[in-house]
Structures are given as C-alpha cells and as structure tokens.
Design a protein. Structure first.
Length: 278
C-alpha cells in the first residue's frame, strides 16, 4: 500500500510518489460534524483537550476488548445466571465505571444463556475483537486510504455483523451517525485485502449482512439489516470531504452548545460573529 496522510494536496492525485489521502471513521465523522474542526485537528494537527467522555470511552473500550479476550466458554457453561454475572464482572477492571461494567455483564450473561439454550455458543465470542483494517479505494477519481478499528465482528448465518460500543447516552437522533459509521466499516471490510483479513483471523469473501450498536448506559442495543441508502449517503459524504481539499475550504459549522466546549473555539471563525456561522 502507498503512503498516506491527512495533509494531502489534490495536485498529488496523479503522482504515485506522493502520499494519498487518509480517511478514518473518526476523521470522516469529525468532518461531517464540522469541517473547520477537521482542519484544525487532522490537517494542522493542533492539540485538543481530552474530555471526560473521551477518557471514559478509551478505558471502557479497552475493558471490553479484554473481556472478550479472557472469557472462557467452558468455565461459563456450568454457571448459574447470578454466577455468570459475577464471572463477567470479574473480567472487568476495578475503576469508577463499575456500574457500566455491571450493566454489560448482565447483558452478556443473558446473551450467553440464550446462546446456550439455542446451541449457538460457537458464535458467542466475536472472531474479530478490536480489528484494525486498512484498504485502498478510489473515490471520485481520487485514490484514498481507508483505516478503521471495528469494535467487534460477530458471525451469524454465515455473515458478519459488526457491533459498535458507545459509552454515552442513546438518543434517537444518533441513528444517522451510527449508520454512517457502520457503512464505513462495511466499505472497509469489503475492500480490505484478503491477506490482511486472514492475518486478522477473518474469512475472505464473507459478506456483512447486518450491523448494530450498543449503548449500555441507556440499556439500548439494536441490530438491523445493512441499508443500501446509507452506503450511498456515505459515498456522497466522502466526496464532500475530498471536494473540501480540492477547493481548499473547510467552513465552520456553528452549534452554540458544542462550539462553546470545542478545544478550538478561541481560534475559530465561530468567535467572530453570526455571519461566519452560516
């Protein structure tokens, strides 16, 4: 694969000696939220404050990864529900997020017993746990490097189902954002090289049939079939990202509550007046 960078110049598009544009799920999400924040964060690489939400997300994601790496199906098979919950809790660290770990432990205990009842324990653990994938594709005539870490990849009925963990509270308006993230994972999985999939323990050629997300703080989980219109919307948004590089414009999107807490507020157009917020 070629070298890649966020600090990309569209004049390099036909020069194979130059790096290509890097796009991750996170960078694409930042651009969708605010192109100016994307410029500050990814192109100019200005530091941003670590919020409590970011810290919590990192710690809980690490704990979730460790949980699936350590879970012993044979040991769990002989446990009652309460014992299973205790076992799941024991696989999590002791820190300030105990309530969240307890919620996830009850969820996993219930899911395990349901799998045991249905005789599907062979698919209880995800074959993909925090899977880093890379792929190169062409979008609107521009070669790009896609990269992302899929939280969990489960298999059901011979197809992949990615499950994304979120540590915040669920709100219905987040559905669009979540579907965009899932569509990015599908694009990444569809185009990652077979040799990389084998290296990661995945099956080349296996399709993604559904996607889902889990918000334990809200006791919310959903799984739905892949949506073609979301895949189309994703590609349109990626074209918008590339076009911003072409024209050299990363405009500010003003949202009063979120701008006020943004790390870049004091150097952003958002501080100069309403005419810059349009």
């Amino acid at each position: 694969m070629r070298e890649y960078t966020y600090d990309w110049n569209p004049e390099w598009v036909n020069d194979e000696s130059k790096p290509i544009l890097k796009i991750t799920k996170s960078s694409k999400g930042t651009f969708d939220w605010c192109p100016k924040k994307y410029q500050f964060n990814y192109i100019e690489r200005l530091p941003q404050d670590q919020t409590e939400a970011m810290r919590k997300g990192t710690i809980v994601h690490n704990a979730r990864e460790d949980f699936f790496n350590q879970f012993d199906i044979k040991k769990a098979e002989g446990l009652s529900h309460s014992e299973l919950v205790d076992y799941c809790i024991s696989l999590h660290p002791i820190d300030e997020y105990h309530d969240l770990y307890e919620t996830m432990s009850v969820f996993e205990a219930n899911r395990f017993l349901e799998s045991k009842k249905d005789e599907t324990l062979d698919s209880f653990l995800p074959p993909g746990n925090e899977v880093l994938l890379d792929a190169e594709i062409e979008i609107d005539g521009v070669p790009v490097h896609l990269q992302g870490i899929i939280d969990r990849l489960f298999i059901e009925n011979g197809a992949y189902i990615p499950m994304e963990l979120k540590t915040g509270l669920w709100k219905d308006y987040k559905s669009t954002m979540m579907r965009q993230e899932m569509a990015f994972y599908k694009l990444l999985l569809d185009n990652a090289p077979d040799e990389l999939k084998v290296e990661k323990g995945l099956v080349p050629g296996m399709e993604m049939s559904h996607w889902g997300w889990y918000y334990p703080a809200s006791h919310y989980v959903t799984v739905e079939p892949v949506k073609k219109r979301t895949e189309t919307s994703l590609m349109n948004n990626l074209v918008k990202l590339i076009e911003a590089y072409r024209v050299g414009l990363f405009p500010t999107k003003f949202f009063a509550k979120t701008c006020a807490t943004c790390s870049y507020f004091n150097i952003c157009d958002a501080t100069t007046g309403p005419e810059s917020w349009l």
